[in-house]
Design a protein around this ligand. Structure first.
Ligand code: BES
Ligand code: MN
Ligand code: ZN
Length: 497
C-alpha cells in the first residue's frame, strides 16, 4: 500500500474514491460539506429520504456523480456526534475501507480522517489510517480449494492534512502504523495456521526467514539436546508426550550500543494444547492451535521493530512445543527440576504454559535485561475476568504497569492491571516439591502470574495474559494480532526516552 499525505483542501484531492462521513441525525462531517455543495446537497438529502441514518459502522456507496467529481464516494456513518472520538473513528473507518476494497477503486482519499477530535493529533491520525488501511486488505490465508475472489484493486491511500507541519507529523504516524500493521499481519498469518502446519519447527523457520530479511536480526534455534543441556526440566516435561521436536528460538535485535541492556520479549509457543494427560474437553479444542499466539506476537513485534529500525536492543525468546497425551507424557504428580533449580510438582498437565515460560524466563537472565515481558494465552480465568476486550497485565512494578497500560491506550489495544500479591502464591503449596504448578480455580489468572513471579525475582518484569484478546472464537474464528499494537507502542516510547 502507498500512502500520500497531502496538505491543503481535502475535497479537491483527486482519487478514485472519497471517503467522507455523516453523523446520526443527518449532520455531515466537516470533510463532507464541500463535496455536498458540489453535489447540490445530494448527500445531505440522503438522510431526509431515509437512505442513510449515519449509524456508526454503516456505509453507503455512491457512484456516477458527474464530471469533475470523485468516481465514487463511500459515505461512512459516524454515530452520535456527541460520542464521536478516536475509537468511533476507528470503528467507522474499518468498514468504510472494507467497502472501498469491494469496489474497483485503486486509490482512496480518506477525507474523513481529518474530522476534528480533541487531543487526536496528526501523528495519531496518520498511524490509525495506515494501520487500518493495511489491515483492510488482509485476508486469512485459507486452504479452501474454490477459486479465490479478485483481490482488491486498492493500492494508494491519500490522506489530506490541513498544513505542511501536520502533514509531516502524519507521515511519521503512517510509517509507524504501517509497521504495526505488518507485525499484525505476520502474527495473524502464523496464529491462523493449523497445528499440523504451524509446528515448533515451522516457527523456528519463520524466525530464520525474518532474520534473513533484516541485517540487524540474528537467530539462534536450540533443539532438544541444547534444551536438555540448559536443564530446562519444566519445558522438557511439557514436550514429552509429543512427536514434534521442541525448539527454543532466540532472536537478537541490535539497534543500540552493544552495552545497552536489552528488553526481552518472551512468547508462549504451544503450537497445540490438548491439555496432555489432563486432557481438555473436545468442544472448541481446535482453538488451542492459537496457543502459540504469544510467540506469534513477539515474532510479529520483531518484524515491526526491524522495519522501524528502533534504536533499542531487543531479544525475543520463544519456547515452543506441543502439549500432548502419550505413553511417555508427563503425568499429574510428576516432579521436575526447572532451569532455576526450583522443583515443581505438576498437578495438572494442562497448566503447561507456565512450565515452558518459567524456564524461558529464567533463561532471559543471561541477557542482563532492562525489562522482561512475557506474552501468553495463559489462563481461561483471564478470559472470564476480562472477556475479549482487554489483555491482563501482571507485574509487581507500578511504573512498568503504567507504561504498559498507557501504550495499550495509545494503540487502541487495551490492557487492564490485574492483582499480583504474595497471597496468590499461597495455593501453589506442595507437600512434595518447592511448589505445584496449579492452585484451585479461584483467582486463576493471578495464581498463574504468582507462579511465574517465582522465576522473575529481581527482574523488571511484566506478564501479559492474552488468552481473551489474541483470537476470536465462534463464527469470526481468527487471530486478532493483539497485542502487537501495545507492544510496538511500548517499544516506540522506550526508544524516545
Ligand atoms: N492455553 C490454556 C489457556 C487458555 C484457555 C487459553 C482458554 C485460551 C482460552 C492453558 O494452557 C490452560 O489450559 N490453562 C488452564 C490452567 C488450569 C489447568 C490451572 C486453564 O485456564 O484452564
Ligand atoms: Mn493448557
Ligand atoms: Zn496452553
Amino acid at each position: 500500500m502507498q500512502f500520500q499525505v497531502v496538505s491543503g483542501k481535502a475535497a479537491s484531492t483527486p482519487s478514485d474514491c472519497a471517503v467522507i462521513g455523516a453523523y446520526e441525525g443527518g449532520t455531515l462531517a466537516a470533510s463532507a460539506r464541500e463535496l455536498d455543495r458540489r453535489l447540490n446537497g445530494r448527500i445531505a438529502a440522503l438522510h431526509g429520504r431515509g437512505d442513510f441514518g449515519g449509524k456508526l459502522g454503516d456505509t453507503l456507496l455512491l457512484t456516477d456523480l458527474g464530471e469533475g467529481l470523485p468516481v465514487r464516494i463511500v459515505l461512512a456513518g459516524l454515530g452520535a456526534k456527541a460520542a464521536f472520538g478516536r475509537r468511533a473513528l476507528r470503528r467507522a473507518l474499518a468498514p468504510a475501507l472494507a467497502a472501498v476494497t469491494r469496489t474497483g477503486a485503486r486509490s482512496a482519499s480518506l477525507d474523513i480522517a481529518g474530522e476534528p477530535i480533541r487531543g487526536f493529533d496528526a501523528y495519531a491520525r496518520g498511524r490509525l489510517v495506515a494501520e487500518l488501511a493495511e489491515l483492510a486488505l488482509y485476508r486469512i490465508p485459507d486452504l479452501k480449494t474454490a477459486p479465490k475472489p479478485m483481490p482488491p484493486a486498492l493500492a494508494t491511500i491519500v490522506l489530506p492534512m490541513p498544513d505542511a507541519k501536520s502533514a509531516r507529523a502524519a507521515e511519521l504516524g503512517v510509517e509507524h502504523g504501517a509497521a504495526i500493521a505488518l507485525g499484525i499481519r505476520q502474527t495473524r498469518d502464523l496464529a491462523n495456521l493449523p497445528a499440523n502446519i504451524c509446528t515448533p519447527a515451522y516457527l523456528a523457520n519463520t524466525a530464520r526467514g525474518l532474520a534473513k530479511r533484516h541485517r540487524k536480526l540474528q537467530v539462534t534455534v536450540h533443539g532438544r539436546r541444547q534444551i536438555e543441556k540448559l536443564r530446562m526440566g519444566a519445558f522438557l516435561a511439557v514436550t514429552r508426550g509429543s512427536d514434534e521436536p521442541p525448539q527454543l528460538i532466540v532472536i537478537e535485535y541490535r539497534g543500540a550500543a552493544a552495552g545497552a541492556a536489552p528488553i526481552v520479549l518472551v512468547g508462549k509457543g504451544i503450537t497445540f494444547d490438548s491439555g496432555g494427560i489432563s486432557l481438555k474437553d473436545p468442544g472448541g479444542m481446535d482453538e488451542m492451535k492459537f496457543d502459540m499466539s504469544g510467540a506469534a506476537s513477539v515474532l510479529g513485534t520483531m518484524a515491526a521493530v526491524a522495519q522501524l529500525a528502533l534504536p533499542l536492543n531487543i531479544v525475543c525468546v520463544v519456547p515452543t512445543c506441543e502439549n500432548m497425551p502419550d505413553g511417555r507424557a508427563v503425568k499429574p504428580g510428576d516432579i521436575v527440576k526447572t532451569m532455576s533449580g526450583q522443583t515443581v510438582e505438576i498437578l495438572n498437565t494442562d497448566a503447561e504454559g507456565r512450565l515452558i515460560l518459567c524456564d524461558a524466563l529464567h533463561f532471559a537472565r543471561r541477557f542482563k535485561p532492562a525489562t522482561v515481558l512475557d506474552v501468553a494465552t495463559l489462563t481461561g480465568a483471564c478470559v472470564i475476568a476480562l472477556g475479549p476486550h482487554l489483555s491482563g497485565v501482571f507485574t509487581p512494578d507500578d511504573r512498568l504497569a503504567a507504561e504498559l497500560l498507557a501504550a495499550g491506550t495509545r494503540a487502541d489495544d487495551g490492557a487492564w492491571r490485574m492483582p499480583l500479591t504474595e497471597d496468590y502464591a499461597e495455593p501453589l503449596k506442595s507437600n512434595f516439591a518447592d511448589f505445584a504448578n496449579v492452585g484451585g480455580r479461584e483467582g486463576g489468572a493471578s495464581v498463574a502470574a504468582a507462579y511465574l513471579a517465582k522465576f522473575t525475582q529481581n527482574l523488571n518484569w511484566a506478564h501479559l495474559d492474552i488468552a481473551g484478546t489474541a483470537y476470536l472464537g465462534g463464527a469470526q474464528k481468527s487471530s486478532t494480532g493483539r497485542p502487537i499494537g501495545l507492544l510496538v507502542d511500548f517499544l516506540l516510547a522506550r526508544a524516545q526516552r
